[in-house]
Design a protein around this ligand. Structure first.
Ligand SMILES: C[S@@+](CC[C@H](N)C(=O)[O-])C[C@H]1O[C@@H](n2cnc3c(N)ncnc32)[C@H](O)[C@@H]1O
Length: 319
């Protein structure tokens, strides 16, 4: 734990270089950003860079709702310097993620909500993987959880319980946890294990900043006994992982975003995804209301290229 404490003192944000030039065009819906966007149009702004750094330059109280899925711990190598998810210790990952949402708090309106889709990771401690991983061909990289870990937390076969540790750390940072919604996957990726149950769920945490916040309950209520939709929606969501046809390798289904968008992003509001990837959340929000503005941040140019191509055409602000 001493080594961990020392590494934690070194700081939480990676070195990512991006231009900090003053912005030339005036985006609708945003106040005083200082970073040149990767792409900007009347309703869409995409920023390339490290989430915490970009967030620190966005206007205070400028966003109604944040919906995102950060990289999960030790699951993927996006091949970009400064990426989140490959920290040597899970606590460093959690610390960094909470620090990113700390920046987001300034940007979010007081009545705004944050939704975070996050999955868990097992510590393996098996050493470097040899050859092809049968579970996932993209896993052939130096995964932190394959190293010898600090016990008792990082013991071989341990489910790290990262989602709830993250939520507890968010509570400690002042957020109110409203739900730990469970995303149940009826047709998950095969989990070929013989001594435990297969993991068929992830979480979608709902965080707010104060007791009263914007929540359009009517828009998300469900039918009760086949009658009018008046019932509160349940906290377990059964949503299949459908093939996205996208280049991006960790896309979440649009359906996962529907309830968060309807309930907590006003039809003319501003939605932000600080790990936007191929822009699923942004596109879903715009498809439901053309009056929304959306902001995406991603450290990977490859992801942003795809996001830009997939987002609906809009009156561009770019020169
Ligand atoms: C799980 S994916 C998001 C996928 C997205 N929800 C979609 O449907 O396409 C996480 C994204 O975070 C980006 N990322 C990783 N580290 C980052 C960082 N420090 N700051 C901003 N983006 C980062 C990755 O490039 C990746 O596109």
């Amino acid at each position: 734990m001493q080594a961990l404490a020392k590494t934690r003192q070194l700081g939480v944000v990676g070195n990512t270089s991006f231009s900090k030039r003053k912005r030339v065009s005036a985006e609708a819906c945003l106040s005083l950003p200082q970073i040149t966007p990767y792409y900007s149009s009347e309703h869409i702004t995409l920023y390339k860079g490290e989430a915490a750094e970009i967030l620190s330059s966005l206007g205070e109280n400028s966003v109604d709702c944040i919906i995102t899925s950060p990289p999960y711990y030790g699951q993927r190598d996006y091949g970009v310097e400064g990426q989140l998810g490959l920290e040597v210790h899970p606590q460093l990952y959690i610390d960094r993620l909470v620090a990113i949402f700390h920046q987001a708090r300034r940007v979010l309106k007081p009545a705004g909500s944050v939704w975070v889709n996050i999955g868990d990771t097992y510590w393996s401690g098996k050493g470097k993987s040899q050859g092809v991983d049968t579970k996932q061909k993209y896993r052939r990289f130096d995964r932190p959880q394959d190293k010898t870990g600090e016990r008792p937390w990082c013991a071989p076969k341990q489910l790290l319980l990262i989602p709830h540790r993250f939520a507890i750390a968010m509570q400690a940072d002042g957020w109110i946890v409203r739900n730990d919604n469970v995303w149940h996957k009826p047709s998950p990726t095969p989990d070929p294990v013989k001594d435990r149950c297969a993991l068929t769920h992830e979480y979608v945490f709902h965080f707010v900043q104060r007791r009263r916040y914007y929540f359009n309950a009517t828009s998300v209520s469900v039918p009760s006994h086949g009658r009018k939709a008046t019932k509160t929606p349940p906290s377990v969501w059964t949503i299949p992982t459908t093939p996205s046809g996208k280049m991006h390798r960790a896309v979440f289904p649009e359906q996962l975003m529907t309830l968060p968008i309807q309930a907590t992003c006003p039809p003319n509001g501003v939605l932000l995804d600080p790990f936007c990837g191929s822009a699923t959340a942004l596109a879903t929000a715009l498809a439901a209301s053309k009056d929304r503005c959306v902001i995406g941040i991603d450290i990977s140019e490859e992801a942003l290229k795809e996001a830009k191509a997939l987002l609906p055409p809009d009156n561009t602000n770019m020169p």
